[in-house]
Design a protein around this ligand. Structure first.
Ligand SMILES: [Zn+2]
Length: 83
């Protein structure tokens, strides 16, 4: 079964709560059952479960600006790849 994801590696997103370093921009490093994020302020990498990620994500950068995730539809749907 192929699951459709709104997000792809390289997307920049914001979460409900920023990182303690003061930044709230995260780059998606890996997608799958768990999502790997890199803090763009301090380079710390964290893993979130898909469920947690979907609960915490707020905005996604699209064409240079951050838009609310509820309004975001990707131009092209990406297929999840598993390793
Ligand atoms: Zn940070």
């Amino acid at each position: 079964m192929v699951q459709r994801l709104k997000y792809k590696v390289g997307d920049v997103i914001t979460l409900k709560k920023g990182h303690p370093c003061g930044e709230n921009k995260w780059e998606i490093m890996r997608t799958g059952a768990e999502i790997k994020l890199r803090c763009m302020g301090c380079d710390k990498q964290i893993w979130l479960s898909r469920v947690d990620f979907n609960k915490r994500i707020r905005k996604i950068e699209h064409n240079g600006k951050f838009i609310s995730i509820v309004h975001y539809e990707p131009d092209v749907e990406t297929e999840e790849t598993t390793e």
